[in-house]
Design a protein around this ligand. Structure first.
Ligand SMILES: Nc1nc2c(ncn2[C@@H]2O[C@H](COP(=O)(O)O[C@H]3[C@@H](O)[C@H](n4cnc5c(=O)[nH]c(N)nc54)O[C@@H]3COP(=O)(O)O)[C@@H](O)[C@H]2O)c(=O)[nH]1
Length: 579
């Protein structure tokens, strides 16, 4: 039971005010009525005091009732039930008032005591129910826009906030940056320590981000191990980089999960609104591309989105897609580069160097696609193809230019992925068997960097191949670890000195001394020495004088297609035994 209703009547017509007051006095519920004659006075009173309901006349001297109603619902006033009063019947106006937030619409002529009291009481109840509903909806919206685990905004909340911030930034000509973080190797924590541990780590990351964020920055967990920091105001791009550095420094600090100490890092992509786009979806996409680049660049880094970065990412994606079918479409080719005996300038053999005749991009060098081939595992099939095709070609040439060139050899590069494949010895042997080549016609090149993560499996794999008579050569020697252990562990009989040393020959510096030391060292170990990157007559003479066995480089030829190699180096040196 309501003890008393406190009402505000806003009406400029004195007779109407008296009539309504008389009616209310007859009501079963006592009413305390305050009065205002203008919209401005009514709004003023509504802001000073809380009423149970406002009776609001539509026609007021300074504003119409609908405008007053909208002002009352605008948020600056305590929420209150509103009953509109009108002298004239107007269905569409009544509808408009209800839509704008009035709880009822009454014709003044219809007002009697019971009716008016019931309307006011019901308006008040309806308003209270609406308020509760609004609160519940707000709670649901809040829950649906927040991540239950970390309490940060989720993707939905982020998207809504981003749209709102974008509108603000456009209006104020401001700037906004998005830092998209993806935790490095989070999966392994989940896999090795379990999902509870993973969850604890995510909560700790959220906590650290909250500590680092500045006032006004918005934090969000997009899902999984992806977080976003939205900098809603910044003067310079550098501020975003500084924040990214602070985030990574803070994340690197040890995290204790139970009794175990963990460290986590993140790859961070940054995109700034206005620099490249003023569209929300693009901004997140660009931050994602930059984050992906940070991962490619070795993780635990931040990268800024730029047009050139996008071009690089797009190029990568084209290569990745097209490489799948390059083998089937016969687009991969082997180019050959001669290896010359320093003693007499005769052809000892050649190195097989892969090229991709891309239908749109032209001839691509391994640098453009090898890393992707390794990442996707395609290198296993590609490498097997190089072995088979190279052996087939060598056998054909040996036979065609026998007897003079019957002992030509072929050097083929192996990739780090291939040397971890248990089937490698089988692939090599089947390439030799199918072509009919003897094992000593083949030389396999590995680089020092491949041997860093040596396992006993790798050692036995390469030893198995070498035991069959295939020579192993250590490529790019002098550029990596130059570890004596590698020479001891692996069955290496050929040392290939990197072209970096050759280009420095004649300068008399450290490189030249190292070059000579490597030769002395290889000779002491009875290894054959191949020098790559020979480009000038002077380099040729120097290497020959120092006792290098084989020379390779642009001085003789760049790597060239098989037909050209045959015409230039084989036909010129020997008459084919069969044509
Ligand atoms: N796993 C596989 N890796 C391969 C295969 N084919 C090539 N590769 C690897 O790619 C690297 C780059 O090859 P490429 O771009 O062909 O470069 C070679 C020569 O073109 C270049 N070269 C040779 N002589 C000179 C010279 O006088 N000057 C100069 N600036 N460059 C020269 O050097 C590269 C020689 O390679 P390598 O002897 O192997 O070090 C290449 O290094 C391979 O690792 C493949 O089929 N599988």
């Amino acid at each position: 039971m309501i003890a008393e209703l406190s009402l505000l009547l806003i009406d400029d017509d004195e007779l109407d005010r008296l009539a309504i007051t008389r009616t209310l006095r007859k009501s079963a519920v006592p009413c305390d009525v305050s009065y205002a004659e203008t919209a401005a006075a009514g709004l003023q009173m509504a802001s000073n005091r809380k009423f149970d309901a406002i009776l609001l006349d539509y026609r007021l001297p300074d504003q119409n009732g609908l405008e007053v109603l909208r002002a009352l619902r605008g948020g600056a006033y305590d929420s209150v039930a509103v009953v509109m009063l009108s002298r004239y019947e107007n269905e569409s106006l009544a509808e408009e008032c209800l839509e704008a937030g009035a709880q009822d619409f009454l014709l003044k002529d219809e007002v009697n005591s019971r009716h008016l009291t019931r309307v006011v009481v019901q308006a008040r109840q309806r308003f209270q129910i609406e308020e509760r509903l609004r609160y519940s909806l707000e709670q649901v919206r809040c829950l649906s826009e927040h991540d239950a685990l970390t309490g940060l905004m989720n993707r939905r909340g982020f998207e809504r906030s981003l749209e709102a911030q974008l509108a603000r930034v456009r209006r104020s000509d401001g700037r906004l940056a998005i830092l998209l973080l993806d935790l490095d190797d989070f999966k392994s924590i989940n896999d090795t320590m379990g999902h509870d541990a993973g969850d604890q780590l995510l909560v700790e990351v959220a906590r650290r981000l909250t500590l680092i964020a500045r006032d006004g920055d918005l934090l969000c967990r997009l899902g999984g191990d992806e977080f976003v920091v939205m900098m809603t105001s910044l003067d310079h791009d550098e501020q975003a980089i500084v924040l990214a550095d602070r985030i990574n420094a803070r994340l690197r600090e040890p995290i204790f999960i139970g009794s175990s100490e963990q460290t986590i890092t993140a790859s961070i992509g940054i995109a700034v609104l206005g620099n490249i786009t003023d569209n929300a979806a693009d901004l997140l996409k660009y931050a994602d591309l930059a984050m992906y680049q940070a991962k490619l660049d070795g993780r635990n880094k931040s990268r800024f989105y730029s047009v050139s970065l996008q071009e690089a990412v797009q190029f990568r994606s084209v290569i990745k897609n097209d490489l799948q079918r390059a083998l089937e479409k016969d687009e991969l080719k082997i180019y050959y580069q001669p290896q010359i005996r320093s003693a007499d300038g005769s052809l000892r053999g050649m190195e097989a160097l892969l090229r991709w005749h891309h239908p749109r991009l032209g001839v691509l060098s391994p640098a453009a696609f090898l890393a992707i081939a390794e990442e996707t595992g395609l290198i296993v099939d590609i490498g097997a193809w190089v072995l088979h095709e190279g052996c087939r070609q060598l056998k054909a040439w040996r036979e065609r230019y026998s007897p003079r060139l019957a002992d030509l050899t072929l050097a083929i590069n192996l990739s780090a992925v291939q040397i971890k494949q248990a089937q490698l010895p089988h692939t090599v042997m089947s390439a030799l068997a199918q072509s009919g080549l003897p094992a000593n016609a083949l030389e396999l090149e590995i680089t020092e960097s491949m041997l860093i993560e040596v396992t006993t499996d790798t050692v036995s794999l390469l030893s198995e191949i070498s035991a069959q008579g295939v020579a192993m050569s250590l490529d790019d020697f002098g550029t990596g670890y130059s570890s004596l252990d590698h020479l001891k562990l692996f069955p290496i009989s050929i040392l290939k000195i990197d072209k970096g040393f050759v280009s420095a020959l004649g300068e008399g510096g450290k490189s030249e001394k190292l070059f000579m030391a490597i030769i002395a060292f290889a000779k002491a170990l009875n290894m054959q020495i191949v020098v790559e990157g020979v480009e000038t007559q002077a380099q040729l003479e120097f290497c020959t004088l120092q006792g290098c066995d084989l020379l390779q480089g642009y001085f003789y030829s760049k790597p060239i297609p098989a037909e050209e190699f045959e015409a230039t180096f084989l036909m010129a040196q020997a008459q084919p035994s069969q044509v």
